[in-house]
Design a protein around this ligand. Structure first.
Ligand code: FE2
Ligand code: FE2
Length: 217
């Protein structure tokens, strides 16, 4: 078992990371396969290298802070690795576009949660209601209904997807891109808090703020 370095300091991203999450009910092989697929998509989207792993780690830390059972924590973690897998079906022209997306390009980009769902939904253990495929489908839904693809609102969004939304947004904000520096973690945290109750589920934001404490416990 690898040491839990990235759990101890979740807001500091080490230069070289390997996943350290202990898993209970899902097998290590399934987890490693999900990690591998997450790395694959991160390689395709060259500005988000390690993004999927960060989302997985943040998501299970938040799951613990929410006192979710270990199986659910494992599920949100795996969903974190897989959340953007549908980007495999998005053209490089759109995925690697550094400028403003046209309406058509934005429509294409918004297909990736549904494409990810289609890839995962028929796998035993991933396709159940509120399960990993549903989390992937709904990771861009927003608490106030302003997200996509279905415009789900509040508790209609699977809890795991509400967790992924915060983990994904936080990771994206602190990530360095070629065309811009990542925002400092304190600034990203403040932005997540500012959008609590609008973009993000307030109880998930509370868990996000609490996750460092729980990780140390
Ligand atoms: Fe992992
Ligand atoms: Fe996404």
């Amino acid at each position: 078992m690898k040491e839990a370095s990235c759990l101890a300091r979740p807001f500091e991203i080490p230069a070289h990371r390997s996943c350290t999450e202990p898993l209970c009910r899902l097998t290590v092989t399934i987890h490693q396969f999900a990690e591998s697929l997450g790395r694959t998509i991160d390689l395709k989207d060259r500005y988000t290298r390690n993004h999927s792993e960060d989302v997985a780690v943040f998501a299970s830390l938040m799951g613990r802070a929410l006192s979710l059972d270990s199986n659910m924590c494992d599920m949100v973690h795996i969903a974190g690795h897989l959340h953007d897998i549908g980007k495999i079906g998005i053209s490089d022209q759109v995925l690697k576009n550094e400028g403003r997306l046209s309406d058509d390009q934005w429509l294409e980009m918004r297909q990736h949660p549904m494409l990810g769902y289609e890839i995962l939904k028929d796998i035993d253990g991933l396709g159940q209601d509120g399960g990993i495929a549903d989390m992937v489908l709904s990771h861009h839904e927003r608490y106030d209904g302003s997200g996509y693809p279905q415009g789900l609102k509040g508790d209609a969004i699977p809890l795991g997807a509400r967790v992924l939304a915060v983990a994904d947004s936080f990771s994206a904000m602190i990530d360095h891109r070629r065309y811009r520096q990542g925002r400092p973690p304190e600034e990203a945290i403040a932005e997540i808090v500012r959008c609590s109750g609008t973009l993000y589920d307030p109880q998930v934001v509370t868990a996000f703020l609490d996750m460092e404490t729980k990780a140390m416990g």
